[in-house]
Design a protein around this ligand. Structure first.
Ligand code: GDD
Ligand code: MN
Length: 411
Protein backbone atom coordinates (compact mmCIF):
# COMPACT_ATOMS: atom_id res chain seq x y z
CA UNK A 1 0.00 0.00 0.00
CA UNK A 2 1.22 3.47 -0.84
CA UNK A 3 0.69 6.09 1.79
CA UNK A 4 -0.62 9.41 0.71
CA UNK A 5 0.57 12.72 2.15
CA UNK A 6 -2.60 12.96 4.17
CA UNK A 7 -1.70 9.65 5.88
CA UNK A 8 1.54 11.24 6.95
CA UNK A 9 -0.39 14.09 8.49
CA UNK A 10 -2.50 11.82 10.66
CA UNK A 11 0.27 9.29 11.31
CA UNK A 12 0.58 8.54 15.00
CA UNK A 13 3.03 10.90 16.60
CA UNK A 14 3.09 8.75 19.70
CA UNK A 15 5.19 5.60 20.16
CA UNK A 16 3.70 2.15 20.61
CA UNK A 17 2.89 1.13 24.15
CA UNK A 18 2.08 -2.01 26.13
CA UNK A 19 -0.17 -1.36 29.10
CA UNK A 20 0.42 -3.94 31.83
CA UNK A 21 -2.44 -4.31 34.31
CA UNK A 22 -2.03 -6.60 37.35
CA UNK A 23 -5.39 -7.89 38.51
CA UNK A 24 -6.88 -9.93 41.26
CA UNK A 25 -10.69 -10.13 41.30
CA UNK A 26 -11.32 -7.14 39.06
CA UNK A 27 -13.90 -8.67 36.69
CA UNK A 28 -16.37 -5.84 37.29
CA UNK A 29 -13.79 -3.18 36.49
CA UNK A 30 -12.24 -4.71 33.38
CA UNK A 31 -14.94 -3.72 30.84
CA UNK A 32 -14.84 -0.11 32.06
CA UNK A 33 -11.06 -0.03 31.93
CA UNK A 34 -10.95 -1.52 28.43
CA UNK A 35 -13.58 0.91 27.20
CA UNK A 36 -11.60 3.89 28.42
CA UNK A 37 -8.35 2.51 27.02
CA UNK A 38 -10.08 1.95 23.69
CA UNK A 39 -11.20 5.56 23.64
CA UNK A 40 -7.60 6.69 24.17
CA UNK A 41 -6.41 4.34 21.43
CA UNK A 42 -8.82 5.63 18.83
CA UNK A 43 -8.67 9.22 19.94
CA UNK A 44 -4.86 9.41 19.67
CA UNK A 45 -4.49 6.76 16.96
CA UNK A 46 -2.24 4.94 19.38
CA UNK A 47 -0.57 1.56 18.80
CA UNK A 48 -1.56 0.20 22.19
CA UNK A 49 -1.79 -3.35 23.55
CA UNK A 50 -3.11 -4.34 26.94
CA UNK A 51 -1.64 -7.23 28.92
CA UNK A 52 -3.80 -8.12 31.91
CA UNK A 53 -1.94 -10.28 34.41
CA UNK A 54 -4.59 -12.03 36.46
CA UNK A 55 -3.75 -14.18 39.47
CA UNK A 56 -6.36 -16.80 38.67
CA UNK A 57 -9.24 -14.77 40.08
CA UNK A 58 -11.91 -17.17 38.76
CA UNK A 59 -14.40 -14.32 39.03
CA UNK A 60 -15.29 -14.00 35.36
CA UNK A 61 -12.29 -11.83 34.46
CA UNK A 62 -11.30 -14.07 31.55
CA UNK A 63 -14.88 -14.09 30.27
CA UNK A 64 -15.15 -10.32 30.63
CA UNK A 65 -12.07 -9.77 28.47
CA UNK A 66 -13.29 -12.32 25.93
CA UNK A 67 -16.71 -10.64 25.79
CA UNK A 68 -15.06 -7.29 25.16
CA UNK A 69 -13.48 -8.93 22.15
CA UNK A 70 -10.60 -6.57 21.47
CA UNK A 71 -7.66 -8.06 19.54
CA UNK A 72 -5.30 -5.61 21.27
CA UNK A 73 -6.23 -6.81 24.78
CA UNK A 74 -5.20 -10.11 26.26
CA UNK A 75 -5.51 -11.64 29.69
CA UNK A 76 -2.91 -14.00 31.12
CA UNK A 77 -3.99 -16.26 33.96
CA UNK A 78 -1.16 -16.84 36.42
CA UNK A 79 -1.25 -19.75 38.83
CA UNK A 80 2.26 -19.61 40.25
CA UNK A 81 4.32 -17.10 42.15
CA UNK A 82 1.33 -14.89 42.74
CA UNK A 83 1.42 -11.31 43.85
CA UNK A 84 1.23 -7.85 42.39
CA UNK A 85 4.93 -7.24 41.73
CA UNK A 86 5.71 -10.63 40.18
CA UNK A 87 2.63 -10.19 37.98
CA UNK A 88 3.86 -6.83 36.79
CA UNK A 89 7.35 -8.19 36.07
CA UNK A 90 5.93 -11.12 34.13
CA UNK A 91 3.70 -8.71 32.22
CA UNK A 92 6.64 -6.44 31.38
CA UNK A 93 8.50 -9.48 30.08
CA UNK A 94 5.58 -10.35 27.83
CA UNK A 95 5.15 -6.81 26.52
CA UNK A 96 6.08 -6.32 22.86
CA UNK A 97 5.78 -2.57 22.25
CA UNK A 98 8.54 0.05 22.53
CA UNK A 99 7.16 1.67 25.65
CA UNK A 100 5.53 0.11 28.69
CA UNK A 101 2.99 1.52 31.09
CA UNK A 102 1.75 -0.10 34.30
CA UNK A 103 -1.59 0.76 35.87
CA UNK A 104 -4.22 -0.58 38.27
CA UNK A 105 -7.45 -2.11 36.99
CA UNK A 106 -9.77 -0.36 39.42
CA UNK A 107 -9.91 2.95 37.49
CA UNK A 108 -7.98 4.80 40.18
CA UNK A 109 -5.50 5.65 37.44
CA UNK A 110 -6.93 7.64 34.51
CA UNK A 111 -5.95 5.94 31.21
CA UNK A 112 -6.47 9.31 29.50
CA UNK A 113 -3.12 10.39 30.96
CA UNK A 114 -1.14 7.76 29.05
CA UNK A 115 -0.48 9.97 25.97
CA UNK A 116 0.88 12.73 28.19
CA UNK A 117 3.16 10.21 29.88
CA UNK A 118 4.44 8.99 26.51
CA UNK A 119 5.15 12.53 25.40
CA UNK A 120 7.26 13.04 28.54
CA UNK A 121 9.25 9.91 27.70
CA UNK A 122 9.75 11.07 24.13
CA UNK A 123 11.01 14.38 25.49
CA UNK A 124 13.86 12.44 27.13
CA UNK A 125 12.66 11.53 30.60
CA UNK A 126 13.46 7.97 31.64
CA UNK A 127 10.54 7.29 33.92
CA UNK A 128 7.15 8.96 34.22
CA UNK A 129 4.89 8.69 37.23
CA UNK A 130 1.17 9.40 37.19
CA UNK A 131 1.40 11.37 40.40
CA UNK A 132 -1.03 12.36 43.11
CA UNK A 133 1.37 14.68 44.89
CA UNK A 134 2.59 17.18 42.29
CA UNK A 135 0.80 20.43 41.50
CA UNK A 136 -2.48 19.59 39.84
CA UNK A 137 -2.55 16.06 41.25
CA UNK A 138 -5.20 15.01 43.76
CA UNK A 139 -6.92 12.18 45.56
CA UNK A 140 -10.55 11.71 46.39
CA UNK A 141 -11.59 13.65 49.47
CA UNK A 142 -12.75 10.64 51.42
CA UNK A 143 -9.20 9.44 51.99
CA UNK A 144 -9.15 8.98 55.76
CA UNK A 145 -6.43 10.70 57.73
CA UNK A 146 -4.89 7.28 58.40
CA UNK A 147 -4.51 6.36 54.76
CA UNK A 148 -3.18 9.81 53.94
CA UNK A 149 -0.63 9.77 56.78
CA UNK A 150 0.34 6.22 55.93
CA UNK A 151 0.99 7.15 52.33
CA UNK A 152 2.95 10.27 53.31
CA UNK A 153 5.18 8.43 55.79
CA UNK A 154 5.86 5.67 53.28
CA UNK A 155 6.86 8.33 50.74
CA UNK A 156 9.11 10.11 53.23
CA UNK A 157 10.97 6.88 53.99
CA UNK A 158 11.75 6.55 50.29
CA UNK A 159 13.15 10.09 50.02
CA UNK A 160 16.84 9.01 50.08
CA UNK A 161 16.08 6.63 47.22
CA UNK A 162 14.30 9.06 44.92
CA UNK A 163 13.17 12.66 45.03
CA UNK A 164 9.90 11.77 43.27
CA UNK A 165 6.89 13.09 45.16
CA UNK A 166 4.80 9.97 44.53
CA UNK A 167 7.24 7.06 44.25
CA UNK A 168 4.63 4.64 45.66
CA UNK A 169 2.42 5.04 42.62
CA UNK A 170 1.35 1.98 40.68
CA UNK A 171 0.86 4.15 37.56
CA UNK A 172 4.05 4.73 35.59
CA UNK A 173 5.65 4.39 32.16
CA UNK A 174 9.12 3.84 30.73
CA UNK A 175 10.97 2.60 27.66
CA UNK A 176 10.81 -1.18 27.48
CA UNK A 177 14.50 -1.45 26.57
CA UNK A 178 15.41 0.35 29.81
CA UNK A 179 14.27 -2.69 31.77
CA UNK A 180 17.70 -4.10 30.91
CA UNK A 181 19.30 -1.48 33.13
CA UNK A 182 18.24 -3.39 36.25
CA UNK A 183 20.79 -6.06 37.21
CA UNK A 184 17.97 -7.94 38.90
CA UNK A 185 14.51 -7.20 40.23
CA UNK A 186 13.15 -8.11 43.59
CA UNK A 187 9.43 -8.57 43.34
CA UNK A 188 8.48 -8.03 46.97
CA UNK A 189 5.37 -6.13 47.92
CA UNK A 190 3.45 -3.40 46.15
CA UNK A 191 6.06 -0.83 45.18
CA UNK A 192 7.20 -2.13 41.84
CA UNK A 193 7.58 1.42 40.49
CA UNK A 194 10.01 2.33 43.26
CA UNK A 195 11.85 -0.92 42.64
CA UNK A 196 12.30 0.00 38.98
CA UNK A 197 13.44 3.56 39.71
CA UNK A 198 16.13 2.33 42.10
CA UNK A 199 17.28 -0.81 40.29
CA UNK A 200 17.37 0.85 36.85
CA UNK A 201 19.17 3.79 38.50
CA UNK A 202 16.85 6.33 36.87
CA UNK A 203 17.83 9.87 37.75
CA UNK A 204 15.62 11.54 35.24
CA UNK A 205 12.14 10.92 36.61
CA UNK A 206 9.19 13.17 35.91
CA UNK A 207 5.68 13.29 37.38
CA UNK A 208 2.49 13.96 35.51
CA UNK A 209 -0.38 15.06 37.78
CA UNK A 210 -3.37 12.76 37.99
CA UNK A 211 -6.54 12.63 39.98
CA UNK A 212 -6.47 9.34 41.88
CA UNK A 213 -10.09 8.30 42.27
CA UNK A 214 -11.16 5.77 44.84
CA UNK A 215 -12.23 2.44 43.48
CA UNK A 216 -15.99 2.11 43.14
CA UNK A 217 -16.16 -1.62 42.50
CA UNK A 218 -14.37 -4.49 44.20
CA UNK A 219 -12.06 -4.08 47.15
CA UNK A 220 -8.48 -3.02 47.87
CA UNK A 221 -5.88 -5.67 48.52
CA UNK A 222 -3.45 -3.41 50.35
CA UNK A 223 -3.18 -5.18 53.69
CA UNK A 224 -1.10 -4.69 56.83
CA UNK A 225 1.18 -7.51 55.77
CA UNK A 226 1.87 -5.53 52.59
CA UNK A 227 2.89 -2.55 54.67
CA UNK A 228 5.35 -4.61 56.69
CA UNK A 229 6.74 -5.97 53.48
CA UNK A 230 7.38 -2.39 52.41
CA UNK A 231 9.86 -1.93 55.26
CA UNK A 232 11.66 -5.06 54.14
CA UNK A 233 11.63 -3.82 50.57
CA UNK A 234 13.05 -0.44 51.63
CA UNK A 235 15.94 -2.14 53.43
CA UNK A 236 16.89 -4.01 50.29
CA UNK A 237 16.67 -0.92 48.13
CA UNK A 238 18.84 1.04 50.57
CA UNK A 239 21.41 -1.76 50.52
CA UNK A 240 21.32 -1.81 46.73
CA UNK A 241 21.78 1.93 46.46
CA UNK A 242 24.08 2.71 49.37
CA UNK A 243 25.99 -0.52 50.10
CA UNK A 244 27.89 -0.34 53.42
CA UNK A 245 26.38 3.04 54.23
CA UNK A 246 23.02 1.34 54.51
CA UNK A 247 24.47 -1.06 57.10
CA UNK A 248 25.74 1.94 59.06
CA UNK A 249 22.32 3.58 58.87
CA UNK A 250 20.61 0.44 60.13
CA UNK A 251 23.22 0.11 62.86
CA UNK A 252 22.42 3.64 63.99
CA UNK A 253 18.67 3.03 63.93
CA UNK A 254 19.17 -0.10 66.05
CA UNK A 255 21.43 1.89 68.39
CA UNK A 256 18.71 4.51 68.80
CA UNK A 257 16.19 1.77 69.58
CA UNK A 258 18.67 0.51 72.22
CA UNK A 259 18.55 3.87 73.97
CA UNK A 260 14.77 3.59 74.21
CA UNK A 261 14.99 0.00 75.48
CA UNK A 262 17.64 1.01 78.01
CA UNK A 263 15.58 3.89 79.42
CA UNK A 264 12.38 1.83 79.32
CA UNK A 265 13.84 -1.06 81.31
CA UNK A 266 15.42 1.35 83.78
CA UNK A 267 12.13 3.16 84.34
CA UNK A 268 10.10 -0.05 84.66
CA UNK A 269 12.51 -1.59 87.15
CA UNK A 270 12.46 1.56 89.29
CA UNK A 271 8.64 1.55 89.18
CA UNK A 272 8.70 -1.98 90.54
CA UNK A 273 10.98 -0.86 93.37
CA UNK A 274 14.29 -2.21 92.11
CA UNK A 275 17.55 -0.86 93.43
CA UNK A 276 18.91 1.97 91.24
CA UNK A 277 22.25 0.25 90.63
CA UNK A 278 20.46 -2.94 89.59
CA UNK A 279 18.00 -1.07 87.37
CA UNK A 280 20.81 0.78 85.55
CA UNK A 281 22.67 -2.50 85.01
CA UNK A 282 19.51 -4.24 83.76
CA UNK A 283 18.88 -1.39 81.32
CA UNK A 284 22.37 -1.80 79.91
CA UNK A 285 22.22 -5.61 79.68
CA UNK A 286 18.76 -5.75 78.08
CA UNK A 287 19.59 -3.02 75.56
CA UNK A 288 22.87 -4.71 74.57
CA UNK A 289 20.93 -7.93 74.02
CA UNK A 290 18.16 -6.25 72.03
CA UNK A 291 20.78 -4.45 69.94
CA UNK A 292 22.48 -7.76 69.31
CA UNK A 293 19.27 -9.48 68.25
CA UNK A 294 18.20 -6.64 65.95
CA UNK A 295 21.62 -6.18 64.37
CA UNK A 296 21.94 -9.88 63.76
CA UNK A 297 18.46 -10.10 62.31
CA UNK A 298 18.51 -6.92 60.21
CA UNK A 299 21.73 -4.86 59.97
CA UNK A 300 24.00 -7.82 59.31
CA UNK A 301 21.44 -10.35 58.21
CA UNK A 302 23.87 -11.85 55.70
CA UNK A 303 25.67 -13.46 58.68
CA UNK A 304 22.53 -14.82 60.28
CA UNK A 305 23.34 -18.47 59.60
CA UNK A 306 26.60 -18.34 61.59
CA UNK A 307 27.20 -19.40 65.19
CA UNK A 308 25.09 -17.14 67.38
CA UNK A 309 27.12 -17.66 70.58
CA UNK A 310 30.40 -16.65 68.97
CA UNK A 311 28.67 -13.61 67.53
CA UNK A 312 27.18 -12.68 70.90
CA UNK A 313 30.59 -12.88 72.59
CA UNK A 314 32.13 -10.80 69.80
CA UNK A 315 29.32 -8.26 69.99
CA UNK A 316 29.66 -7.86 73.77
CA UNK A 317 33.45 -7.55 73.52
CA UNK A 318 33.08 -4.93 70.79
CA UNK A 319 30.57 -3.07 73.00
CA UNK A 320 33.01 -3.09 75.94
CA UNK A 321 35.92 -1.88 73.83
CA UNK A 322 33.64 0.62 72.06
CA UNK A 323 32.41 1.92 75.44
CA UNK A 324 36.01 2.32 76.63
CA UNK A 325 36.92 4.21 73.48
CA UNK A 326 33.87 6.39 74.02
CA UNK A 327 35.01 7.20 77.56
CA UNK A 328 38.62 7.83 76.58
CA UNK A 329 37.71 10.07 73.64
CA UNK A 330 35.24 12.04 75.75
CA UNK A 331 37.85 12.63 78.46
CA UNK A 332 40.50 13.52 75.92
CA UNK A 333 38.11 15.93 74.20
CA UNK A 334 37.29 17.82 77.43
CA UNK A 335 40.97 18.05 78.31
CA UNK A 336 42.10 19.20 74.87
CA UNK A 337 39.18 21.57 74.35
CA UNK A 338 38.24 22.86 77.83
CA UNK A 339 36.15 25.64 76.28
CA UNK A 340 33.50 23.22 74.93
CA UNK A 341 30.67 21.96 77.18
CA UNK A 342 31.07 18.39 78.43
CA UNK A 343 27.96 17.34 76.47
CA UNK A 344 29.69 18.18 73.21
CA UNK A 345 32.72 16.18 74.32
CA UNK A 346 30.37 13.30 75.15
CA UNK A 347 28.86 13.49 71.67
CA UNK A 348 32.32 13.31 70.12
CA UNK A 349 32.98 10.27 72.33
CA UNK A 350 29.70 8.66 71.28
CA UNK A 351 30.54 9.16 67.61
CA UNK A 352 34.01 7.63 68.05
CA UNK A 353 32.64 4.66 70.02
CA UNK A 354 29.95 4.09 67.46
CA UNK A 355 32.30 4.16 64.51
CA UNK A 356 34.55 1.63 66.27
CA UNK A 357 31.56 -0.52 67.18
CA UNK A 358 30.24 -0.45 63.68
CA UNK A 359 33.54 -1.34 62.05
CA UNK A 360 34.24 -4.13 64.53
CA UNK A 361 30.81 -5.65 63.95
CA UNK A 362 30.67 -5.14 60.24
CA UNK A 363 34.14 -6.46 59.49
CA UNK A 364 34.92 -8.86 62.37
CA UNK A 365 31.92 -10.11 64.35
CA UNK A 366 29.50 -10.23 61.42
CA UNK A 367 32.06 -10.42 58.63
CA UNK A 368 31.12 -11.60 55.21
CA UNK A 369 32.81 -14.81 54.28
CA UNK A 370 32.80 -15.83 50.69
CA UNK A 371 31.35 -19.28 50.60
CA UNK A 372 30.91 -20.85 47.22
CA UNK A 373 27.19 -20.73 46.61
CA UNK A 374 25.51 -23.61 44.89
CA UNK A 375 24.24 -21.58 41.97
CA UNK A 376 24.22 -22.69 38.41
CA UNK A 377 26.93 -20.98 36.36
CA UNK A 378 25.87 -17.76 34.72
CA UNK A 379 23.16 -16.91 37.24
CA UNK A 380 24.64 -13.94 39.01
CA UNK A 381 22.83 -14.09 42.29
CA UNK A 382 23.08 -13.27 45.93
CA UNK A 383 21.16 -14.95 48.67
CA UNK A 384 18.53 -12.21 48.68
CA UNK A 385 18.02 -10.82 45.28
CA UNK A 386 17.64 -13.28 42.56
CA UNK A 387 15.06 -12.66 39.88
CA UNK A 388 16.96 -11.40 36.85
CA UNK A 389 15.25 -8.64 34.92
CA UNK A 390 13.55 -9.58 31.72
CA UNK A 391 13.13 -13.19 32.65
CA UNK A 392 9.95 -14.60 34.08
CA UNK A 393 12.03 -16.83 36.33
CA UNK A 394 11.66 -15.76 39.92
CA UNK A 395 13.68 -17.29 42.69
CA UNK A 396 11.69 -19.83 44.69
CA UNK A 397 12.92 -18.09 47.84
CA UNK A 398 10.43 -15.36 47.04
CA UNK A 399 7.48 -17.63 46.77
CA UNK A 400 6.91 -17.45 50.49
CA UNK A 401 6.68 -13.67 50.34
CA UNK A 402 4.29 -13.65 47.49
CA UNK A 403 2.11 -16.39 48.78
CA UNK A 404 1.87 -14.51 52.01
CA UNK A 405 0.69 -11.48 50.08
CA UNK A 406 -1.93 -13.59 48.51
CA UNK A 407 -3.16 -15.00 51.79
CA UNK A 408 -3.33 -11.43 53.03
CA UNK A 409 -5.36 -10.52 50.00
CA UNK A 410 -7.91 -13.18 50.70
CA UNK A 411 -8.24 -12.40 54.38
N1 GDD B 1 -1.95 -10.10 39.73
C1 GDD B 1 -2.22 -9.55 40.92
N2 GDD B 1 -1.92 -10.27 42.05
N3 GDD B 1 -2.76 -8.32 41.01
C2 GDD B 1 -3.01 -7.81 42.21
C3 GDD B 1 -2.73 -8.50 43.41
C4 GDD B 1 -2.15 -9.80 43.32
O1 GDD B 1 -1.87 -10.47 44.31
N4 GDD B 1 -3.11 -7.70 44.45
C5 GDD B 1 -3.60 -6.58 43.90
N5 GDD B 1 -3.56 -6.64 42.55
C6 GDD B 1 -4.00 -5.64 41.57
C7 GDD B 1 -5.41 -5.13 41.80
O2 GDD B 1 -6.35 -5.96 41.17
C8 GDD B 1 -5.33 -3.74 41.19
O3 GDD B 1 -5.50 -3.78 39.80
C9 GDD B 1 -3.91 -3.30 41.51
O4 GDD B 1 -3.16 -4.51 41.70
C10 GDD B 1 -3.83 -2.41 42.76
O5 GDD B 1 -4.45 -3.08 43.84
P1 GDD B 1 -5.43 -2.32 44.85
O6 GDD B 1 -5.90 -3.35 45.78
O7 GDD B 1 -6.45 -1.52 44.11
O8 GDD B 1 -4.38 -1.38 45.57
P2 GDD B 1 -4.58 0.03 46.23
O9 GDD B 1 -5.58 0.88 45.53
O10 GDD B 1 -4.75 -0.14 47.68
O11 GDD B 1 -3.10 0.61 45.99
C11 GDD B 1 -2.82 1.51 44.96
O12 GDD B 1 -2.23 2.64 45.50
C12 GDD B 1 -0.98 2.41 46.08
C13 GDD B 1 -0.47 3.70 46.62
O13 GDD B 1 -1.41 4.26 47.48
C14 GDD B 1 -1.91 0.89 43.91
O14 GDD B 1 -1.78 1.80 42.85
C15 GDD B 1 -0.55 0.60 44.42
O15 GDD B 1 0.30 0.21 43.34
C16 GDD B 1 -0.02 1.86 45.05
O16 GDD B 1 1.22 1.53 45.67
MN1 MN C 1 -6.85 0.53 44.06
Amino acid sequence: MVSSPSDALVAPALPSVSVVVPTFREAENLPHLLRRLDAVRTDKDLDLEVVIMDDDSKDGSVEAVAAFGAPWAKIVVRTENRGLSPSVIDGLNMATKDYVCVMDADLSHPPEKIPEMLIALMAGFQFVIGSRYVDGGSTDDDWGIFRWLNSRIATLLAYPLTRAKDPMAGFFAMRRADLQRAPYLNPVGYKIGLELIVKCRFDNVVEVPIHFSDRELGESKLTLSEQLKYIKHLRRLYTFKFGTWSHLLQFMVVGASGVIVNLGVLTLMLMFGADEAVAVAAGIVVSVLSNFVLNRRFTFDYARHKNVYKQLVGFVLASIVGGSIQWLVTMAATQQLPQIPIQIAALIGIAAGMVFNFLANRFVVFRKTHVKAKVAPGTAATAHDVAPALSPAVDPAHRGDNDAARTGAKA
